[in-house]
Design a protein around this ligand. Structure first.
Ligand SMILES: [Zn+2]
Length: 121
């Protein structure tokens, strides 16, 4: 069974139908609101602290139910990044890169790289 997930911003976790636009990067997405907030932070003298986002209250003060509700959304983001990474590794393999070279690039052993990605070939 294929589960169709909504695309969502990797930063504020809003789904695609609650934002004007989503821009994609490698395994991640950012919404127009987060781009605007980031531009404001860059333009100001504020430190680049993620807690400045009004949509991302600090997890340490978040009520349990809200914290728990975010877990599957964050897991979706992690899955999307993992899928993207697997695609990049598959492209490296298609080009003839060895598992040792891929492992070295990722800072892991050949065996670790193979264990993690060989099943996606
Ligand atoms: Zn966002």
């Amino acid at each position: 069974m294929v589960i169709q997930r909504k695309l969502r911003c990797s930063f504020c976790l809003k789904p695609e139908d609650e934002v004007a636009k989503l821009v994609s990067g490698p395994g991640s997405l950012i919404c127009d609101g987060c781009v605007q907030l980031a531009a404001e932070i860059i333009a100001s003298d504020q430190p680049s602290n993620g807690s400045k986002s009004p949509d991302l209250p600090a997890w340490s003060t978040m009520p349990d139910e809200q914290l728990l509700a975010r877990l599957p959304l964050l897991a979706e983001t992690a899955d999307r990044v993992e899928d993207s990474l697997a695609g990049w590794v598959a492209e490296a393999r298609r080009r003839g890169s060895s598992w040792a070279r891929i492992g070295a690039a990722m800072g892991v052993t050949r065996q670790s790289a193979w264990t993690r990605f060989a099943s996606t070939e």
